[in-house]
Structure formats: structure tokens, C-alpha cells
Design a protein around this ligand. Structure first.
Ligand SMILES: Nc1ncnc2c1ncn2[C@@H]1O[C@H](COP(=O)(O)OP(=O)(O)OP(=O)(O)O)[C@@H](O)[C@H]1O
Ligand SMILES: [Mg+2]
Length: 310
């Protein structure tokens, strides 16, 4: 049985266990807040394989029920037919075509079936890397039989767990620091076929961890698992070496550029850094484009009409 299948079975068992506990709580009219504080001690993490991992606050007994808790900016989850989601679909199509070409250049037939792995970064802070990474991952996972793994490689300030309303730990730093199996950090999401390895605990030795032999080995193992795409969100290129270092182990990097903000020479500098490190640039994504520009309205208007006709 594959590791993912095994992990999924564990998740299902865990879910059933939690819903039983939830029912007991409701039956006995116990105040939920008291239970949130309760700690389940010495319990192995469900994905743990051989190694034990006990997570203190793992008794997430209060479920969100009908509210997913996913951030409203993840438009590809909430409104897949919106013009913005359509932009992500266009991006997905272009990216798939680039990755397919890269796969075709892989030397042996076996590795040509392995997952495509790429990083997302930008020159500076706050350009929209993480929102782009999550929306793109969601969009890729929407395709039939497409399994996507999103890794939070921003061990300094990663926020993917918040956007997807999952726990930050155990995550990437947990695996790297403690030498655990990657399955320890795997979290399912509300979106079927989208899995996340969140950042774990914030680490002051982020660059060392991301460039470690262990990181390389994990990515090589993950490539052979049942994922089609593995996306790694990273800190900005001009501030830290993290993105450059981890990209070495991948098929390439996508550079996010904030429209009407990031100067051309800054983007050029980031591009040069990637080239110096022999990291393949898969493309650039423009974010924070003015949605209220007339062109956008025209597009949106026609899109709505088109939808009505269908
Ligand atoms: N495509 C977009 N259009 C408009 N606003 C956006 C877009 N993407 C992100 N933003 C906004 O920009 C801000 C930063 O987004 P995000 O956290 O994704 O950036 P980041 O590059 O990952 O930042 P950091 O460098 O801190 O990791 C957020 O307030 C977000 O709402
Ligand atoms: Mg970010």
C-alpha cells in the first residue's frame, strides 16, 4: 500500500475518532471551550511511521462544521468560475506545458513519470507569493486525478497553514530538524487532492535546513510518491538565500512580480541571481493588477454573458 493511501486511511480513522468524541461532547452538553484546552498526551501522530511524534494540542475537538475557515482570498476555492480563477486556469495551462517539456528532457523513462517540483518566490516581500502559491495549487488540484502537494518553504514567516486553516505543526522544519519521515508533516486540506506540508516551527536556521542533504532526500522521495505537482513557497529572493538554495533541488522557479510596484531593475537583479545559481526560471507572474481597469470590466462583463449562454 502506498504511503499516501496509508496516510489517507489514518486521516479517515482519525476523523471518525474525532466525530465520535464530538458526539460524546454534544450528548453530555459539555462546554466546548473546556475541551479545546484538553491535551491528549503521548499520542502518536497519525502519519508517524516508526518514529513517535506527540503533538501537545492535537485535540482539535471543535470542528468548524460547515465553515471551512479557508481564507477568502483563495478565490479558486470559493469561486472557481470567477474571472480571477480563470486567470489561474490560464496560468495552470501555461505552467503545465512548460513542466511537460522539462519532464521530456529527463534522462530515464522512470523519472519522466515523477512529479514536477517547483518553487515560487519574488524579489521582495509582500508581492503576493503565498496567495499565488495557494490559489495555483488549488487550481491544479481541481483537475481530475491530479494530486498536489504544497510545501511551506518559508520557515521564517510562512502562513500557508493560516490561509488553509490547518495546523502549522508538524511541518517542514519539524521533519528536517528531527529527522522524521515526510509523512509526519503531511496534512490534508478541505480540497480533495490538495495536501500541505506547513512550515512547522519558525526556524532561525532556515537556509541551512532548506539546503540540507535531508531536504534534498525528502524532495527526491516525494517526487516518487503519488503527486503530480509539488509546489514550494519561499521567502523573497533579494532578502534571503532560501529560495535559491531550495530551487537547486527542483525543476525551476516562478517569480512573482507586484504590478505597478516592483521596479524593473529589482526584478532584473532577482533574475540574475537565479541565473547565477543555475536555477531555471519557469516564468513570471504579475500580481495585484488593477481589477478596476476598463479592460478588466470588459472581460468580466463578457465572461458573465458567456456564462449565461452556456
Ligand atoms: N493577486 C493579488 N492581488 C491583490 N492583492 C494581493 C494579491 N496577492 C496577494 N495580495 C495581497 O498582498 C499581500 C501579501 O500577500 P502574500 O502574503 O501572498 O505575499 P508574500 O509575497 O507571500 O509575502 P511575504 O514576502 O511576506 O511572504 C496580502 O495583503 C494579500 O492580500
Ligand atoms: Mg509569503
Amino acid at each position: 500500500m502506498g504511503k499516501i493511501t496509508q496516510a489517507l486511511r489514518k486521516i479517515q480513522e482519525e476523523k471518525e475518532k474525532k466525530s465520535k468524541i464530538q458526539k460524546t461532547i454534544e450528548d453530555s452538553n459539555v462546554v466546548k471551550d473546556n475541551f479545546v484546552k484538553k491535551e491528549k498526551e503521548e499520542e502518536d501522530f497519525p502519519f508517524s511511521r516508526g518514529k513517535e511524534y506527540s503533538l501537545k494540542n492535537k485535540a482539535f475537538l471543535v470542528s468548524k462544521k460547515d465553515i471551512s475557515g479557508i481564507d477568502s482570498r483563495i478565490i479558486t476555492y470559493y469561486d472557481p468560475s470567477s474571472p480571477l480563477s480563470e486567470q489561474y486556469r490560464i496560468l495552470r495551462t501555461n505552467l503545465k506545458s512548460i513542466l511537460r517539456k522539462i519532464k521530456a528532457t529527463r534522462r530515464n523513462i522512470k523519472s519522466s513519470n515523477f512529479a514536477s517540483v517547483f518553487t515560487i518566490s519574488s524579489s521582495l516581500h509582500n508581492e503576493g507569493k503565498t496567495i499565488t502559491a495557494v490559489n495555483l495549487a488549488m487550481s491544479l488540484a481541481s483537475e481530475t486525478e491530479t494530486r498536489v502537494l504544497l510545501i511551506d518553504g518559508d520557515l521564517r514567516n510562512g502562513l500557508i497553514h493560516k490561509l488553509l486553516n490547518i495546523e502549522a505543526e508538524p511541518g517542514l522544519s519539524t521533519i528536517l530538524i528531527n529527522d522524521y519521515e515526510w509523512t509526519v508533516g503531511l496534512h490534508p486540506t478541505r480540497k480533495e487532492n490538495l495536501f500541505v506540508i506547513p512550515r512547522g516551527e519558525i526556524s532561525p536556521i532556515s537556509s541551512e535546513l532548506l539546503s540540507s542533504r535531508k531536504m534534498h532526500i525528502i524532495l527526491e522521495k516525494l517526487r516518487e510518491e503519488n503527486f503530480n505537482y509539488i509546489i514550494i513557497d519561499t521567502p523573497p529572493l533579494l532578502s534571503f538565500a532560501d529560495a535559491q538554495l531550495v530551487t537547486q533541488f527542483t525543476d525551476g522557479i516562478i517569480i512573482v512580480v507586484e504590478a505597478n510596484h516592483t521596479k524593473a531593475e529589482v526584478v532584473k537583479k532577482a533574475k540574475e541571481l537565479c541565473e547565477q545559481a543555475n536555477n531555471k526560471i519557469l516564468g513570471f507572474i504579475l500580481t495585484k493588477v488593477d481589477y478596476y481597469a476598463p479592460d478588466f470590466y470588459y472581460y468580466y462583463y463578457n465572461y458573465k454573458n458567456y456564462k449565461k449562454d452556456v
